[in-house]
Design a protein around this ligand. Structure first.
Ligand SMILES: Nc1ncnc2c1ncn2[C@@H]1O[C@H](COP(=O)(O)OP(=O)(O)OP(=O)(O)O)[C@@H](O)[C@H]1O
Length: 373
């Protein structure tokens, strides 16, 4: 178990400023996911923590002990950092069987063969690859090799586990199984995990906290539901959630006590207590309302709970849920309903929602100005 503190980390590759004044604390026992689009600096962060790369500025503490101090050109070697790293490209030793690959670290530590056999079997079982113990890496598929790499990393119960897109080669069903296994592993061992992915579902389902990146900077660091319910800006709102959040343009009249918002969704009033510090004090501002697809309800009749008139663009029943795109004026909204319902294209429908549950962003600054409560 360990706590990692990164302060004022800058990393350049030539002129490319890849990590920009990064400040991030990973608490002991966290399952911290580094999330963001390709090229935003997630892998570089892992490489800096593991010691494979040296940042040009900043300090990294591991359990309070300095492992990096760029100003003093002091960088602890990777072997002294007591961590285990699994990269997307899993370098297994080709001349060793799966069992021997996984047992390697334990043998170096001179654990007795009975303990080794037990630990390796348990790690292989967890990754559902027990049956391949005697095979060589070349006799396995990419996904199976990837699971061997994870087994090899977890078998030695490291204090810190760094995982870089470890599930990327797996098919959809296995990926869901492996997410459950990794989450369970984290729960059982309490190991601090830093996990890199660009898959927001993976991040939402497994993490205790998510660090969301944008071009080398951190945009928001928060537990998954906080990120989902109250994204600090339009970027986060748009990145998190599948299907994506709906955005609706509107205008707000802001006063000391709160604000009134007009939009194609109707008129809404909000109290100051539900507004953020980023909210303006007064005046008229353009806003973007964010409403999650599952927050919208749909009805074929107008009633007290369904007041927004629209027309079905297309209905997409998928067994357990139905996604319906609805055109309201010039705005296209996605509605998510549980169960399967058939909606005909161009059918008139009415939408409703709980105004307390929407986010409001100031369009110009892109910042959240009203919480979902
Ligand atoms: N060794 C290197 N030399 C030069 N530039 C690099 C090097 N490694 C990464 N970069 C650049 O640094 C930036 C960040 O890369 P990084 O691998 O950290 O992104 P990422 O968020 O992990 O992306 P992905 O999801 O695609 O893996 C990219 O612009 C990349 O091209």
């Amino acid at each position: 178990m360990s706590k990692i503190e990164l302060t004022h980390i800058d990393k350049y590759y030539g002129k490319n400023h890849v990590l920009k004044d990064l400040n991030l604390t990973i608490e002991d026992g966290d399952f911290m996911t580094l999330l963001g689009p390709s090229g935003c600096g997630k892998t570089t962060t892992l490489r800096v923590v593991s010691g494979l790369e040296k940042p040009q500025n900043g300090i990294i503490l591991m359990d309070g002990k300095e492992i990096v101090n760029a100003a003093e050109a002091s960088f602890a070697p990777p072997s002294k950092r007591n961590l285990n790293l699994v990269f997307q490209s899993y370098a297994l030793w080709p001349h060793m069987t799966v069992f021997d690959n996984v047992a390697f670290g334990l043998r170096i530590r001179k654990e007795n063969s009975e303990t080794i056999a037990k630990k390796v079997a348990s790690a292989l079982d967890r990754m559902q690859i027990g049956e391949f113990a005697k095979r060589y890496p070349t006799e396995l598929s990419g996904g199976q090799q990837q699971r061997v790499a994870i087994a090899r990393a977890i078998v030695s119960e490291p204090r810190l586990l760094l995982l870089d897109e470890p599930l990327s080669n797996l098919d959809a069903k296995l990926r869901v199984d492996m997410r459950a296994e990794l989450k369970r592993l984290h729960h059982e061992t309490g190991t601090t995990i830093i996990y890199v992915t660009h898959d927001q579902v993976e991040a939402l389902t497994m993490s205790t906290r998510i660090a969301l990146y944008r071009k080398g900077e951190l945009v928001q660091v928060a537990p998954p539901l906080e990120l989902y319910d109250n994204p600090v800006n339009l970027y986060t709102a748009d990145f998190i959630g599948n299907p994506s959040i709906n955005f609706v343009k509107g205008t707000a009249q802001v006063e000391a006590g709160g604000m009134r918002v007009d939009s194609p969704l109707g008129q809404m009033g909000f109290e100051r207590g539900d507004m953020t510090e980023a909210a303006p004090q007064s005046g008229s501002v353009d806003v973007t309302i964010g409403v999650r697809p599952e927050q919208l309800s749909i009805s074929r009749q107008a009633d007290d709970a369904h007041w927004v008139e629209g027309h079905v663009y297309s209905g997409m029943p998928a067994g357990s849920e139905t996604l319906v795109s609805v055109r309201v004026g010039d705005t296209m909204l996605t509605v998510k309903e549980l169960g399967s319902t058939h909606y005909a294209s161009d059918e008139p429908v009415y939408l409703g929602f709980n105004p307390k549950k929407v986010n409001v962003f100031e369009t110009k600054s892109e910042n959240l100005i009203k919480y979902c409560v």
